[in-house]
Design a protein around this ligand. Structure first.
Ligand code: NAD
Ligand code: MG
Length: 380
């Protein structure tokens, strides 16, 4: 029997690579739901190719535009409700969350409520409301399977082990497009420079997040929720080649790492096939060809956004929500050429410093903190 999958955010970097993986195993996968933002040309092509039960696009006017081009039998929705419909309203066994930002939260919660396993790329959702997502997943008995390469690596390194035996996990960081620039040099960088990531081709937002190291900050908080480890047990190491995807040190001194060519299709596929491993066409890793691997201690002064992530992760409550929301707005403003690169970190820091943290927030409190941070971040 084919495994039924819904993909939210199907036209982005992770979304299209997910559909690549599906096309490599057409006899094993069936796409039953697809949703996207505004890239309607690609979306129409995807819906015609995969013929899902349900499809959804960002808004009504885009929906009206594409309706005549869709095959019969596909139910078309739009907006936030449409996203929830695709995530939760089909008979998908697994929902791959490839949407960007905390906009993915309602759909992810709805999918979990319906008992669907989550192949999770959309890290902002876990950062913004980690306790709600993980508690609901536990209650519903559904799996949160990491797609992020670092978390997939840790997940694989933890396979068959006891969590009590873990000393420390280390997430590796490529350093992003500006890893070799000083803070002084960062004052004059452009959007175009920032979008040139050395190792990975990704969506614009995560590419900027890699350059500010917010991405690693989000990943630290993501790891805390996914693996139930304290922040003192989570480390970050700069590793420019992105070959060692992350590693776990055990209490007996053994270190288990997961390696591979930088190719997101591998962790995507593993999240969809777990606990099985299927063939893949990824470029095989030749360590002889790579020759040397490099590692450097993380510099928290050079990358203050990483320090802030550890700080607000430890504080918890609504602090990570504010960190994430302020960053989303700051990155959008930077991409829009409204603010400088270094202003991103200032906005996050100011938002956190002005926020009165609320502990153990419910969904409404999280939404309110998110709205508050977005409004502040758009004016400073
Ligand atoms: P992207 O910008 O390339 O794609 C985002 C997708 O979400 C697009 O299909 C877009 O149309 C859709 N979308 C955005 N807003 C929407 C809305 N309101 N409603 C419906 N659809 C909407 O982003 P990406 O690089 O694929 O990243 C997606 C997620 O995966 C992010 O959370 C990112 O942090 C995470 N991630 C990405 C990578 C990577 O290699 N790209 C690696 C690890 C984790
Ligand atoms: Mg990652």
């Amino acid at each position: 029997m084919k495994k039924k999958i819904a993909v939210i955010g199907s036209t982005g970097s992770i979304g299209t690579q997910t559909l690549d993986v599906v096309m490599q195993h057409p006899e094993h996968f069936e796409i039953v739901g697809l949703s996207a933002g505004s890239n309607i040309e690609l979306f129409v092509e995807q819906v015609n190719r995969f013929r899902p039960q349900k499809a959804s696009i960002a808004n009504k006017s885009l929906a009206d535009q594409i309706r005549p081009q869709l095959p019969q039998g596909v139910e078309l929705f739009y907006g936030e409700e449409g996203l929830v419909e695709v995530a939760a309203g089909t008979d998908a066994e697994t929902v791959l969350t490839a949407i960007v930002g905390s906009a993915g939260l309602p759909a992810t919660l709805a999918a979990i409520s319906e008992g669907k396993n989550i192949a999770l790329a959309n890290k902002e959702t876990l950062v913004t409301a980690g306790h709600l997502v993980t508690d609901l997943a536990k209650k519903k008995g559904v799996a949160l399977l990491p797609v992020d390469s670092e978390h997939s690596a840790i997940f694989q390194c933890l396979n068959g082990e006891n969590l009590e035996d873990v000393q420390q996990i280390t997430l590796t960081a490529s350093g992003g497009s500006f890893r070799d620039l000083t803070r002084d040099q960062l004052q004059h960088v452009t959007v175009e420079d920032a979008l040139k990531h050395p190792n990975w081709s990704m969506g614009a937002k995560i590419t900027i997040d890699s350059a500010t190291m917010v991405n690693k900050g989000l990943e630290v908080i993501e790891a805390n929720w996914l693996f139930g480890l304290g922040f003192e047990q989570i480390g970050v190491l700069l590793h420019p080649e992105s070959i060692v995807h992350s590693f776990v040190e055990y209490r007996d001194g053994s270190v288990i790492a997961q390696l591979g060519s930088p190719d997101m299709r591998v962790p995507i596929q593993y999240a969809l096939t777990y606990p099985q491993r299927w063939k893949s066409t990824t470029k095989r890793l030749s360590l002889a060809e790579v020759g040397k691997l490099h590692f450097r201690e993380m510099d928290f002064e050079r990358f203050p956004c990483l320090r802030l992530a550890f700080e607000c992760g430890k504080i918890g409550g609504t602090a990570p929500t504010v960190y994430n929301a302020a960053n989303e707005v700051a990155v959008a403003r930077f991409l829009n050429q409204e603010i400088s690169f270094l202003k991103i970190e200032q906005i996050i820091e100011t938002a956190l410093a002005s926020h009165h943290v609320l502990d153990n927030p419910d969904l409404e409190t999280i939404k309110e903190a998110d709205r508050w941070a977005r409004s502040l971040a758009s004016t400073i």
